[in-house]
Design a protein around this ligand. Sequence first.
Ligand code: NAP
Ligand code: F7E
Length: 328
Amino acid sequence: MTKKALITGILGQDGPYLAKLLLEKGYKVYGLMRRYSNPHFDNLHFLGIHGDIDFIEGDMIDEASLLNIVKSIRPDEIYNLAAQSFVGSSWEQAKLTTEINALGVLYLLNSIKFLSPTSRYYQASTSEMFGLGNDNGYQDEKTPFHPRSPYGISKVYAYWMTVNFRESYGLYTSNGILFNHESPIRGVQFVTRKITDGVAKIKLGLAETISLGNLEAKRDWGFAGDYVEAMYLMLQQKEPDDYVVGTGMYHSVADFVIAAFKAVGITDWKKYVVIDPRFKRPAEVPHLRARIDKVTQKLGWKSKVSFEELVKMMVEADLKRNEKKKHK
Ligand code: NAP
Ligand code: F7E
């Protein structure tokens, strides 16, 4: 029998990569999207799978829409990737962030509990929940949470609700605590894409500088295409569980800038970078680095794309996109 998967956040970064993986495995893929006056399918087109998704309209903050969707599809697997995922905006839009990222998860879990209790559920948890928490410079499944943003706080609620539905009702609910993962279809507000897009524009003579905030922050950056495999594996286990997913290595924002300029043959990067306090955060997470023993040992998962390969892949894609714009 063909397996059915419901993916929320189908138009974002991870949704398309996960959909591609599940389609390749023979799943029927339903993608939940909110109502737009002007829908944006670029990321699905980028991966060539737009025509293969069954789109379904709903919203994480509209409980009845989720109840209806879960009731009508009764998916074998539900991957909840929808979120207000930009940490920077979460201070200005804390209530909306909470409604989507925290309450939305409660609504979805309730829909499963009442209408499709055999569905397996994946919750897109995040290293932002750790914030200042660390164990000798690493974070793993046992590290205490100390979130630093309304985004991180909303995700802590969702994390514990996911655990609680497992413990209270015996549902198959798992958290993937993913560290930063990027790709050519990463939103352009996030620092990696902002840098690779900016570098491409500078190289092509379309911009003179890139404005950034804190260059010292360190992140454990991997490739989104690798990380969706870990999501899938989490829902294929005998028992539900929670896993940290990352590369185990970290780099600073400055390292990323240097690598991106290097990819286009520019070494004197400092003259192209402007520090703008508007991009600094009220409370920063200084460093995040995953300890990946559990995911490696239990799921046999390891990231494949290196930091240098990731930067190069993103810069090359942005060079192509910007070249097209230049010649329009
Ligand atoms: P993303 O590119 O921002 O995609 C999030 C998607 O959620 C977007 O398509 C967005 O729709 C949708 N969405 C937002 N609010 C919604 C609502 N009220 N109802 C329905 N859909 C809604 O995020 P991503 O990078 O793919 O990340 C996927 C998930 O993993 C998110 O939950 C994120 O918080 C989490 N996460 C990401 C990372 C990472 O490094 N990428 C790491 C850890 C955890 P629009 O297209 O309309 O905005
Ligand atoms: O920032 C610093 C910034 O916005 C990374 C989301 O997917 O990963 C992502 O959250 C770092 C921070 O990602 C700029 O202060 C410097 O230290 O790319 P980002 P994020 O906040 O780590 C986690 C795991 C998620 O779960 C989130 O959903 O870069 N930084 N200068 C800057 N950041 C941005 N955006 N823009 C700058 O100009």
